[in-house]
Write a protein that binds this ligand. Structure first.
Ligand code: PHE
Length: 520
């Protein structure tokens, strides 16, 4: 089948908004504030900024450049970079598939909670409400015995919305969704933060968050936490940024865009830190408990602590709740869209399919798996195990493998650097190569070692071993094995650019330049 002309973003702003929409996710709102608080508070900003500059932005530039230079989904781009590396791309596609399946469920919970906020349906005991009434969680991990309609229908709604965006495509779907959602998120979240700052006790919370503990800087685990946060938060290692950059026009400023996206994401993270800790400060003061006992992250923060706080607000409780949960939903939705697109574009490139059938097929399969597994009494266990293992032994490991392969095995950094130099305003220097070939692999390698050690010392969350072997290790391992197997199947209809993009060395940078450009 003839290849459709590759889709393109309508403008640079459209691309940037989509890249920021992907980066700004649940991690910014419910992960960063607690990680910063736990790891030295104000002093954490030093390792965090170092991580941004020595790993986050350099890797972002690498992924943008690979996607832009080779104009393909993650597997297609890696294949054009060097044939055997195609497996890396499929590995990332499999990882994205897994994450999409459970991330959709969290977005659906957020949607329900936005609604519950209006009348504080969770009552006096939000924790019991979440696990018993709302999610109807089984007492232990095991077989699925019960379906939960209260989660099912919102989840169906989330997937219908995502499918519509996918079917509409890169420019009319993804770009438009982000053009609407990202400014809306900025406005809603800013109102939320202002309201939080007016709460009694806000200063106590901010003090707890920002008071620097300088001794943290000499602690290795704080540095690991900083690199981990940057890595997850910027959506690096998922194949997302390769995919999104493949829809850029030929002349696009890659390094400048990476800096804008990187700093925008971190700014949102700090804003979220202020909002979350001002609110936690209110709770601490109102209930006479120290901040360290109310501070949490993740599901506990969003779906237990925040409902508690919302119920005790002196005024504007409904508004505050809606602002918080709608922000969570928007942040999650724009990240979810980006991760589904990784899979859609890979299948599209691989099978030479048009967008609409590919979006319906891929989106339909992801939605079906998500809907089959998560609105059940086992949903939260599956989510917790898959999330932990796919992050550690999926994203981080794939990210580590891809820098090692690109920098040391196929040695393509000079070629990518030359490509970025051609299109970008800010040129790269030797510094970029050093960070990617030395700093990033060393830090990520150490992170890997560190988390494997903890994993082997004790079962994650004390879950039964059989459960971790299937839902945790099994899922992460299957992503890797599948990635390798799919890459071994020969491509029948190699897209036309592959042949010319396969050349070696920096000279190959011009190979695809003859392509016609739209909208110029
Ligand atoms: N950067 C996202 C976040 O902070 C990570 C993510 C991206 C997760 C895409 C899922 C899908 O939450």
């Amino acid at each position: 089948m003839a290849q459709e002309h590759r889709e393109q973003w309508g403008s640079r702003t459209g691309f940037l908004l989509a890249a920021i929409g992907s980066a700004v996710g649940l991690g910014n709102i419910w992960r960063f504030p607690y990680i910063a608080y736990e790891n030295g508070g104000g002093a954490f900003l030093v390792p965090y900024l170092v991580a941004l500059l020595t790993a986050g932005i350099p890797l972002l530039i690498m992924e943008y450049t690979i996607g832009h230079r080779f104009r393909g989904s993650a597997p297609a781009s890696f294949r054009r970079l060097s044939r055997p590396t195609e497996a890396l791309g499929w590995w990332q596609v499999a990882i994205s598939f897994v994450i999409a399946v459970y991330y959709g469920a969290i977005v659906a919970w957020g949607l329900c909670y936005a609604w519950f906020s209006l009348r504080q349906t969770w009552g006096d005991d939000p924790e019991a409400f979440l696990y018993e009434d709302f999610l109807q969680v089984a007492a232990a991990p095991g077989g699925i015995t019960n379906y939960v309609p209260g989660v099912l229908w919102p989840l169906v709604g989330v997937w219908v919305l995502v499918l519509i965006v996918m079917v509409l495509g890169v420019r009319r779907g993804i770009e438009w969704a982000n053009r609407i959602f990202i400014p809306l998120l900025a406005v809603l979240f800013t109102i939320l933060v202002v309201q939080a700052l007016f709460l009694e006790g806000a200063a106590v919370g901010l003090d707890a968050l920002f008071a620097p503990d300088w001794s943290a800087i000499t602690d290795g685990s704080v540095w690991v936490a900083a690199y981990g946060q940057i890595f997850f938060s910027l959506s690096i290692g998922f194949g997302i940024m390769i995919t999104y950059a493949s829809y850029l026009r030929r002349r696009s400023d890659l390094t400048g865009s990476a800096m804008v996206a990187g700093f925008a994401n971190s700014s949102f993270e700090i804003l979220a830190g202020i909002g979350v800790f001002a609110t936690l400060g209110f709770m601490a003061v109102a209930s006479g408990i120290p901040v360290d006992e109310v501070a949490t992250s993740g599901i506990g923060l969003a779906f237990v602590a925040f409902p508690q706080i919302i119920s005790s607000l002196p005024f504007g409780a409904g508004l505050f709740g809606v602002l918080f949960f709608v922000s969570l939903v928007i942040a999650g939705l724009t990240s979810l869209i980006s991760i589904v697109q990784v899979v859609v574009s890979a299948v599209q490139d691989r099978l030479g399919m048009r967008r609409v059938p590919a979006a319906l097929l891929v989106g339909g399969v992801i939605a079906a798996v998500s809907i089959a597994l998560f609105p059940t009494d086992q949903g939260i266990y599956l989510l917790d195990a898959a999330d932990h293992f796919i992050n550690q032994y999926g994203i981080v490991l794939a990210g580590l493998a891809s820098v090692i392969v690109v920098a040391w095995v196929v040695r393509r950094l000079p070629m990518l650097e030359a490509h970025a130099a051609k299109t970008s305003v800010v040129a790269l220097t030797w510094w970029w190569r050093i960070t990617l070939s030395v700093i990033t692999p060393v830090v990520l390698g150490f992170m890997m070692y560190d988390s494997l050690r903890a994993e082997l010392a004790q079962n994650y969350e004390d879950y039964p071993t059989w459960f971790l072997l299937t839902a945790g290790w099994g899922v992460a391992g299957a992503a890797l094995v599948l990635g390798i197997l799919i890459s071994l199947i020969p491509w029948k209809n190699l897209p036309s650019e592959a042949a010319d993009a396969d050349g070696d060395g920096p000279g190959a940078g011009t190979a695809a330049a003859g392509e016609t450009e739209r909208g110029r």
